[in-house]
Design a protein around this ligand. Sequence first.
Ligand SMILES: [Zn+2]
Length: 283
Amino acid sequence: MGYDLNLIRMKKIQKAFIALLLGFVLAACGTTAFTGRKQFLMYSDESVSALSDESYSKFMKTAVISKNTSAASTVKSVGSRMTAALASYLQGIGQADHLAGLSWDFTLVSDQAVNAFCLPNGKIVLYEGVLKFADNPNHLAIVIGHEMGHAVARHGNERMSQQALLTSAGQIAAEVFTRTKYGENPQYVELFNQAFAVGTGVGVTLPFSRKHEYEADKIGLYIMALAGFDIYQTPMFWEKMASANQKSTFDFLSTHPADSKRIAAISASLDEAAKYYRDPNMK
Ligand SMILES: [Zn+2]
């Protein structure tokens, strides 16, 4: 008799646990901006942003700001045009929640590496080396749009969440239930560091998955169109980068491989992206 009771109790606990787990998974589901892809996000935008803020200020402590003030101001003006267009579009369709945790900023650093990165809090860093290729506002918009794509699609959070599942899913899931603040949990910090590898002076060194790269490319084109930049220059720009990369390897291309498949995917997305032009003359 006692055995049966225990069994019933166990089954009840099991059921409750499954319901809890299901609730957790549902609560942790998100949808990407523009592409509408379902994604698994375990962390709040605030937590990921707070971690990004820390990494960013660490990076900025050792980074040297570019003395090329005219290029730096072009980077900032292209950035503000892109972010304003994105915000107005998302607000217009009632999806401003995709901007949660994002506080955009665009910095040009004095470093001849061909590199750029964006942290999940919207802080975008371009290296002067990129200017050898992105030498006009439209080309800057290509690089900036791609980086903004990663941020607005919450790729950082998704990567951390996937990493957490792979490592110690049960334990971290339990901690998310209790909504532990990131600062009290060194594991969040570790996951963030694993996902972003932001080192002093190095920038973000870990590549995103191919899926994330392709998605960032698409979203980048959409934002470019919303802001009235010429999306049709994008395939050529990446081809130019790729062919120059054969002579000397660029940091940016080690995390953003501009192979023929990727460039073909960008070309195939142009028609879809053109639908985002606000001004019909720009199609
Ligand atoms: Zn990328």
